[in-house]
Design a protein around this ligand. Structure first.
Ligand SMILES: [Ca+2]
Length: 476
């Protein structure tokens, strides 16, 4: 009798494991909402557009920090940056918080095979044990930002290194790279190959595959045929284009860092160079899209689409010459904080719908936990978006927060986004506040923070910002 009861429990477990949805989490690095499915008039991203038609596209999704490591650490732990303590690219959340269970680790602990392909956590600060397969040894955690990165033990040389004279870091970041053939030597091509192999190896088990692509992160890289899809001379410049980072009149100086971090580092951009660089970013994005397409084609070929929730996310936004800025770092503008975000659950009947609600990336962890029927681990601060998956227009009155830290210890700025407003406060250098009405002022050129007509809304949003920043602002 007892043996029979145990057997029936075991059978129940194995049946539910067989019915469990797989997760394919695709992350693109530095991909702003410059995609066809986000109404970009320039982008050519047919594979992601097709994916968007199978799920819900979140129109207003915001990262918690416009930099790779802090943004990813926040999303992957389901906690805000002030809680993770990850305010730079060389901090591993587990050093201070070994009790946090990251998203892939929770899936692994719940019986899934969790597999890392490419960049999921920031390079060198992986949550190694979160993965059943291919966890990366941490080699950057705790290395101060000013020091050169140590080489990973047993690591391979990075693809796409420039031949010829040695270039400094800024020059390497800046060059526009044409890849040979279909880009077979590039890390993103190889990442897609590995994801395809793992889909085949684990098609019969519940899997959580994190597949991270490096493009369009600088330097822009793509085979020539992707560059050939645009004429640089026909690419329009942003309305607020400037040769170098420029604070718009009426805004606090802290809203724009004086130097770029990725492209045009320490030098001005001419209009011609700017057009070429935008074209290169678009080509690099299309190359990423093409690699996403290779993985999704295999998912279809294996008949796994009906059993797999596919998520696509860009880790933060990016400024492509707007206000003279060519980076994400420090950007609390809509372009820096807003990210592409698709959740495609084949069980939902909302395929191709757009969700206009403000959501934030800490919401993804509890969402996937709910969609896959896992236990909810303690400490998650986001809200499951499952109700919006079923009804994308449902009321959802929760603001999104994005924060920046200049010194890696304190908040330099906090931005709160509601459906109607964007309000930010900057602390320390260039302190001040900004209030933007995004519907009336999509290019963010008019600061309403000191307009007496908006005093009431400023007071309300300022209280939210101060509460979010409590304990994290720089000493006076
Ligand atoms: Ca990034």
């Amino acid at each position: 009798m007892r043996a029979a009861a145990i057997l029936s429990v075991l059978l129940a477990v194995s049946v539910s494991a067989a019915e469990r949805m797989n997760v394919l989490l695709i992350i693109s690095d530095d991909m702003r909402t410059e995609l066809g499915c986000y109404a970009s008039t320039l982008a050519k991203t047919p594979n992601l557009d097709k994916l968007a038609a199978t799920g819900v596209r979140f129109e207003r999704a915001y990262c918690q920090f416009p930099l790779c490591g802090p943004s990813r650490s926040s999303m992957l732990t389901g906690r805000h940056p002030g809680t993770t303590g990850v305010l730079g690219n060389r901090t591993w959340f587990g050093d201070k918080h070994p009790e946090f269970v990251s998203l892939p680790k929770h899936f692994k602990n719940s019986g899934y095979t969790s597999i890392r392909v490419g960049k999921i956590f920031h390079g060198g600060i992986d949550d190694t044990d979160a993965w059943s397969l291919d966890g990366q040894v941490r080699f950057l955690a705790g290395v101060p930002a000013g020091q050169p990165a140590p080489k990973p033990k047993g690591g391979k040389a990075k693809a796409g290194k420039a031949k010829g004279p040695a270039l400094n870091k800024d020059q390497r970041s800046d060059r526009r790279v044409v890849l040979e053939g279909n880009g077979e030597s590039h890390a993103d091509y190889r990442a897609a190959d590995r994801a395809i192999r793992y889909l085949n190896d684990f098609k019969d088990k519940p899997f959580f595959i994190g597949c991270g692509f490096l493009k369009p992160h600088s330097p822009p890289e793509a085979p020539q045929r992707f560059y050939d899809m645009w004429n640089a001379s026909e690419i329009p410049l942003p309305v607020d284009f400037a040769p170098k980072p420029t604070v718009p009149p009426g805004f606090p100086a802290g809203s724009i860092r004086p130097q770029n971090a990725d492209l045009f580092v320490g030098r001005d951009a001419s209009p011609e160079e700017a057009r070429e660089m935008i074209r290169a970013y678009l080509a690099s994005s299309s190359f990423m899209d093409w690699n996403v397409g290779r993985v999704l084609a295999e998912l279809d070929r294996l008949g796994l689409r009906e059993k797999t929730i596919v998520v696509f996310w860009g880790d933060h936004g990016y400024q492509l010459g707007e206000k003279g800025k060519w980076s994400k770092a420090g950007s609390l503008w809509e372009q820096g904080a807003r990210t592409p975000f698709l959740i495609c659950d084949p069980r939902e009947k909302t395929a191709g719908k757009v969700c206009p609600r403000v959501v934030q990336m800490v919401d993804l962890y509890p969402t996937l936990v709910q969609l896959c029927g896992l236990d909810v681990p303690p400490g998650l601060v986001g809200r499951s978006l499952a109700p919006l998956m079923g009804d994308p227009d449902a009321p959802w009155d929760h603001p999104a927060y994005t924060v920046w830290s200049e010194d890696g210890r304190h908040f330099s700025g906090v931005l709160v986004r509601t459906e109607q407003w964007r309000y930010g406060e900057f602390f320390g250098r260039g302190a001040g506040s900004m209030l933007i009405d995004p519907a009336a002022d999509p290019h963010e050129l008019n600061n309403l923070a000191n307009d007496p007509a908006h005093a009431e809304v400023v007071a309300k949003l300022s209280a939210l910002v101060k509460s979010y920043a409590a304990g994290h602002t720089p000493p006076p």
